[in-house]
Structures are given as structure tokens and as C-alpha cells.
Design a protein around this ligand. Structure first.
Ligand code: FMN
Length: 446
């Protein structure tokens, strides 16, 4: 019988920027734009020997009832620019940028990613997202998008494809460009003729240290999972509970064989939150306080409106949930990724509220503001380890609730315990992100 080697945990740090997971009312909260904030979190992650630092992306300011949604914060700099600056103040930490495959072009983005890979000595990663709503598209004057109201999931009309088929061809094309120089360091002409892209020429950037920057995929539909299985190195998922995590893990890893890939070729990393205390009871008390801060009475109504898609401003946050149904075609909330079927979510929340006797605010706190790992450093380390050992994940993208100091406590108190358990590295053994993640160097297709 072969004994499976102990699985080591992979850790990444999500910069807590534009979202309402971040507690902006905390006096310790600092800017989500100033370089000092990015630098603080990146240095903390590197001190904790994390695999990578992660930036999300939003390409249009979110709107709520026709007004900019500024209840949390508004505005963020462009990710690859921030990461280029961070490359200069870190040495080993991977640097992952979320960049949309719908509103960019392969040649330009492949160039920028290969450049970051060179500048950072092989630490670049690209989180491929596919948001394609016409609201965001307006920023780019791309007329080929259908609105959600016209067609579910807003397919791209111009090419006859979908955001996912475009993303898959985008990644394949970028890899052709990254492969286009010879091992002797000479450029070779490339030509890509496909459904979404028809380009030819020479690539300006020589082969970068990782060969191909690491590709992360975030998306959950069956086509999204298939795309991840065929082309991604890492999946960023929302399935952060033990049961959901195991089901997702088995599903996605089960798709790999079709593409001639082994389970270890793709790492699955849910985005998770954590709250620590000296005792479990203290951690739970802190977690409850954080949830109350994340979901103010005003935020509770806005969160509900994001699901219902109708004006609920006359409802009392301390009163019962609305008995009217959500409008699945609503465009009242723009620029936010809608998760799941609103009718099903509403029904789930109503059941929760009925069974536990919860008000609107209490229901929102209970259903959406929940932290994933709450406990002492010891219990949290044990739980994280269990998730990875029992194949609910290969690691985690940690989402702290404070900008930029929210990771400090985790690195100081939990990382040493993970190391003691033999579950996490005690030093970086390689220099590239691929080596931190245990991913093979891609074969150079000449
Ligand atoms: C965990 C996770 C994180 C995501 N982060 C972003 C993001 O930062 N920016 C963005 O534009 N879209 C983001 N998305 C949206 C996805 O790219 C995609 O558009 C959406 O999930 C719909 O695709 P699907 O039906 O395959 O899930 C994220 C999705 C998931 C699941």
C-alpha cells in the first residue's frame, strides 16, 4: 500500500479592499488605496511564508438604485500596477492579479503578466474572471454584451461564444505567446486564428522565469469548473465549509483526468475568514461583534435589496423579512456579482428567519456575515489542517476583516502552530510561485 505524503497547506492573503467584509468603522482601518496598506499586508504575508498575495478586481463602481454604492468604500487602483510596486518590496511572495478576460486583449495582457513575472523573478499569477454584464461593458464601449435582463449570465453576442469560451481561448492564446520565444532567446512569429481572437506577429517579451505565470480561476458554474479543470493551476472558490468543500473538491479534481492532468496539477483554495481569541468563547464574542459591525442596520437593508432587486427602504431592519418575492430580472443593483438564484436565496433566508425567529438584520448577519474559522490559534490551526488533510481544500485564500493589519495576528499566532504540526513550510524552499505551489514548470512548446 502506498502511503500518501502529508499534505501541506497553501496560504494566500486577499487584500481586504472594496467589500463589506472589511470593517471600515474600526479605528485601526486604513486606506484601501495608499501603497503603505498594500505593502503592510504583503510584508506580513511574506513574513508568514505565504504562497501569494491576492488582489480582486471591480471594473465599474457599484451602483445601488442609480447611485454609487459607498456604504463601505469606493475606488481601487489597478492590480498589475500595484503588484509591480510590491515586487520591489518583497522577495519570495507570489503576486496574483485578478484581471477580466472579457474586457482585455490577449497580446496586451500576456505582455503585462510576462513583464511582472520577469520583474518579480517568477512570482506572477493571473486570476481569470469573466464578469461580462453590459453595465461594466459600458466603461469599455464594447457593444457586444447582452444585459442580464436579456439573457441569463449575459453571453457575449458578437463572437457567438460565452464569457467562459472567450476566457478559455484567451488563456490558450496567452500561453502561445509565452511559448513563442525559442530556448535560445530568439523571438519567433506566432499566429492565432480562433473564434474570439485572430492575431499574428511577434511577442515583445522574452520567456519569463515561470514560463507561464500561474493561472487562477474564479467561477462556479459547470462550464466554469470545466474551464478550471482544463486550464487553471489554482481555483479560487467560495465553498468554504467542510461538506461543500469536499463536494466541490471531488467534482473539480474528478474532471482533471479528461485533460490528462493529475489531481496535484490543480490546487483548490477557498476564500475564508477567521477570528481568533484566547479562548473559544472570546473568539465567538469577537466574531459576533465583527458581524454586527459588518452588517449595520442600513447595510442589512441594502444587502436584502441586492438579493430582492426591489426597493425595501420602508422595511424596519429589526422587523420581519419582506413577504414579497425578489425580482430576478432587476437591474437595480449594478456591478456586483449575483450569487445564486435570488428566489432560492430568499426562500432560504425566510426559512432561517422563521425557524430561529430572526429580524432582517439578524437574518443577514446569520446568513451572510459568517466567519469561517473562529477559535483559539490552536483550534483554528487544527481545523485548517483537517480541511486540507480530508480533501476539502488544498489551502486557503485568507480574507482578513481589517485593512491592512488584519493578517498580523494570524501570522504571529496561527502560522507557528501550523508549522509545529508539520502542516506548513518553515522556510521558502524555492523562488517562484510555481515552486511554492508545487506546480511543475510548463513544457516549452516549440
Ligand atoms: C470566489 C470568486 C471570486 C471572484 N472574484 C471576482 C473579481 O474579483 N472580479 C470579478 O470581476 N469577478 C469575480 N468573480 C466572478 C467570476 O469571474 C464569474 O464572472 C462569475 O462567478 C460567474 O461565472 P460562473 O457562473 O462560472 O460562476 C469571482 C467569482 C468567484 C466564484
Amino acid at each position: 500500500m502506498t502511503v500518501r505524503p502529508r499534505k501541506e497547506i497553501h496560504l494566500a492573503a486577499h487584500f481586504p479592499g472594496v467589500n463589506n467584509t472589511t470593517v471600515w468603522a474600526d479605528p485601526r482601518a486604513k486606506s484601501q488605496i495608499e501603497f503603505a496598506s498594500f505593502e503592510h499586508l504583503a510584508r506580513t504575508a511574506e513574513r508568514g511564508l505565504f504562497d501569494f498575495f491576492f488582489l480582486a478586481e471591480g471594473l465599474r463602481l457599484r451602483e445601488h438604485k442609480g447611485r454609487i454604492h459607498d456604504l463601505d468604500v469606493v475606488g481601487r487602483p489597478e492590480s498589475l500596477t500595484v503588484l509591480s510596486a510590491l515586487a520591489a518590496v518583497t522577495e519570495r511572495l507570489g503576486l496574483a492579479a485578478t484581471v477580466n478576460a472579457t474586457f482585455n486583449e490577449p497580446y496586451e495582457l500576456a505582455r503585462r503578466l510576462a513583464s511582472l513575472d520577469h520583474l518579480s523573478g517568477g512570482r506572477a499569477a493571473w486570476n481569470v474572471v469573466t464578469s461580462s454584464d453590459a453595465f461594466t461593458g459600458e466603461n469599455f464601449r464594447r457593444g457586444g454584451c447582452l444585459d442580464r435582463a436579456d439573457l441569463p449570465h449575459s453571453r457575449l453576442r458578437s463572437s457567438g461564444g460565452t464569457p467562459i469560451t472567450r476566457a478559455a481561448e484567451f488563456v490558450a492564446t496567452a500561453r502561445e505567446l509565452w511559448d513563442s520565444w525559442t530556448p535560445e532567446g530568439l523571438p519567433r512569429p506566432f499566429a492565432h486564428r480562433g473564434r474570439h481572437f485572430d492575431i499574428a506577429g511577434e511577442f515583445t517579451v522574452p520567456r519569463s522565469p515561470q514560463g507561464h505565470p500561474v493561472v487562477i480561476q474564479a467561477g462556479d458554474s459547470p462550464p466554469g469548473r470545466e474551464f478550471a479543470a482544463s486550464a487553471a493551476d489554482v481555483v479560487f472558490t467560495r465553498h468554504g465549509t467542510l461538506e461543500e468543500g469536499r463536494a466541490f473538491y471531488a467534482d473539480v479534481k474528478g474532471r482533471l483526468a479528461t485533460y490528462g492532468r493529475a489531481p496535484e496539477d490543480l490546487k483548490i483554495m477557498p476564500g475564508v475568514t477567521f477570528v481568533l481569541g484566547d479562548t473559544v468563547a472570546e473568539a465567538q464574542e469577537r466574531a459576533a461583534e465583527i458581524r454586527r459591525r459588518q452588517i449595520s442596520p442600513q447595510n442589512a437593508i441594502l444587502t436584502l435589496e441586492q438579493i430582492w432587486g426591489v426597493d425595501l427602504s420602508s422595511y424596519d431592519p429589526d422587523g420581519p423579512l419582506p413577504d414579497i418575492d425578489p425580482d430576478p430580472e432587476s437591474t437595480m443593483v449594478q456591478g456586483r456579482v449575483r450569487v445564486g438564484d435570488p428566489l432560492a436565496v430568499a426562500e432560504k433566508w425566510r426559512t432561517l428567519s422563521r425557524e430561529k425567529g430572526l429580524s432582517i438584520r439578524q437574518t443577514v448577519i446569520e446568513a451572510s456575515g459568517r466567519q469561517s474559522f473562529i477559535g483559539t490559534p490552536d483550534t483554528v490551526a487544527a481545523e485548517l489542517d483537517e480541511f486540507v488533510r480530508t480533501d476539502a481544500a488544498d489551502g486557503f485564500i485568507l480574507v482578513p476583516h481589517l485593512t491592512p493589519g488584519g493578517l498580523d495576528e494570524f501570522v504571529d499566532r496561527v502560522v507557528p502552530l501550523l508549522q509545529e504540526r508539520g502542516a506548513f513550510r518553515t522556510e521558502y524552499t524555492g523562488t517562484t510561485l510555481r515552486s511554492h505551489l508545487g506546480l511543475a514548470q510548463p513544457v516549452w512548446k516549440g
